[in-house]
Design a protein around this ligand. Structure first.
Ligand SMILES: *[C@@H]1O[C@H](CO)[C@@H](O)[C@H](O)[C@H]1NC(C)=O
Ligand SMILES: *[C@@H]1O[C@H](CO)[C@@H](O)[C@H](O)[C@H]1NC(C)=O
Length: 168
């Protein structure tokens, strides 16, 4: 009896700490490719989402900085969690510039490319998040920012695209 209870509690604990990137410390590297949170059986919402991904520029040279702002339409459209990449085709490119001691955000290395993704460090209740990305060397192509945005455990949008970005 005690044994069974112990096993039950263990299972419960495992379920609670399984990687779910709305909570609490950001997306794991296993989300790099499909950018989908492991939120139990919950499925992504259809687009359009109540968020805008705004870019400070439409064209960027190698080494230049782009400021990306993810903005909820209303105060209720909070960004509890996010995962963003700048992609050419399906490949994450460039690097996000986040101070190591940033309280809200941190970088991830996706596809062996340093700091090629950004995610939250802890769940937040703000409806706006802003961060910088640096264009890579030697790449002339069309890119796009993609963000997965988590509003709550069961409500999230996967791989929302920004407007197109020219790297030249
Ligand atoms: C988006 O960025 C542009 C350029 O920085 C700025 O002029 C515009 O006000 C921004 N729009 C929103 C909705 O934040
Ligand atoms: C990963 O990076 C390599 C180059 O290092 C590239 O050839 C490949 O297409 C990338 N894969 C994805 C899924 O982005």
């Amino acid at each position: 009896m005690a044994n069974r209870l112990a096993r039950f509690l263990c299972t419960l604990a495992l379920l609670c700490i399984s990687p779910a990137f709305g909570y609490p410390t950001g997306a794991p590297e296993s989300s790099c490719v499909d950018m989908t949170p492991g939120h139990g059986g919950n499925v992504a919402q259809e687009f359009p989402s109540p968020y805008v991904i705004n870019l400070s520029k439409q064209e960027l040279r190698a080494g230049e900085t782009l400021t990306i702002t993810v903005n909820g339409n209303t105060d209720e459209d909070i960004i509890k969690g996010l995962l963003c990449q700048v992609r050419v085709g399906e490949t994450p490119v460039g690097s996000f510039d986040v101070p190591a001691d940033d309280e809200h955000l941190k970088v991830l290395d996706c596809n062996n490319s340093k700091a090629s993704a950004i995610t939250h460090r802890k769940a937040d209740a703000s409806n706006v998040v802003s961060f910088n990305w640096i264009a890579p060397q030697g790449l002339k192509d069309q890119a796009r920012v993609f963000c997965t945005i988590v509003k709550s455990f069961s409500v999230f949008w996967v791989k929302q695209p920004s407007a197109s970005l020219t790297l030249y």
